[in-house]
Design a protein around this ligand. Sequence first.
Ligand code: TXD
Length: 317
Amino acid sequence: MARNKIALVGAGNIGGTLALLAGLKELGDIVLFDIVDGVPQGKGLDIAQASPVEGFDASVTGSSDYSALAGADVVIVTAGIPRKPGMSRDDLIGTNTKVMKAVGEGIKNNCPNAFVICITNPLDVMVGVLRDACGLPHEKVVGMAGVLDSARFRLFLAEEFGVSVEDVTAFVLGGHGDTMVPLTRYSTVAGIPVPDLIAMGWTSQEKIDAIVQRTRDGGAEIVGLLKTGSAFYAPASSAIAMAESYLKDKKRVLPCAAYVKGAYGLDGLYVGVPVVIGAGGVERIVEISLNADEKAMFDHSVGAVRALNEVVVKLGL
Ligand code: TXD
């Protein structure tokens, strides 16, 4: 059986890390694409030269020609500009919308059967622009944000509780940004919900509230430290987990920016919800029950995503 093919559109900080992770996990052949000629080729060759040391067999190449995407099974899109200190994710809309339209054309013309994972910010809007530009079925186009946000939440909870990150599960809903909804009620240590852990004296509500806020600010905290760009290791790991669930039909339940129509009372919008990712792409939307406070936060987050979508419409992009 021929190897899978993974195309990485954008060969910058996240793109290069995606390529290395896909190689280390031997997920298939890898092609990096970027408009800066030389960067995808250079990073591809460098990662290929790591393969004898790491022991993975894969073709790892780079190109600035969209034909290199031909037949890709998975496309992970990071093309665009990242935030700089003082910039909000929303400031990226104008530039990155135009980029998504170009990338969408490239996917439509070269790999219309791929599973597409969008990372470019502002993610909740860009994934919809990309889906419309490439014209693939909604279940084959998804945004990566919730896996990263829940990873941040899980790390902070594990540190607070002094337990392995492997035994902490966490839920986030809604947009990738200040309006994200980390759900403590559905977050657990080995199945013990966080509210029970508070009652057991493992932590306090104040500490959990601070962890929730730090999760919301997770991206800005790293942008403020790096000053020259945004996070890229955890974002790359998060997108690879989604790609692997598709390629191996793992049916993982992961928080992703998915197209929701009907569930959560939504009429057709990309927003962060728990989904099942398997060989069919987004195979199921998991509609969990929300209490009044959680519903209010989710609705606020949906409102923020709708407002961003309106900006794209107003800009006539
Ligand atoms: O959770 C999330 N979704 C976020 C997403 C987490 C972290 C970063 N987030 C966003 O991902 C970030 O705000 C950016 O919009 C993307 C990519 O972040 P990265 O750190 O990888 O940015 P780089 O290093 O600037 O890489 C972007 C590459 C760069 O090499 C450009 O030359 C290329 O994109 N680029 C293009 N490639 C193809 N086609 C076009 N038009 C294009 N324009 C720029």
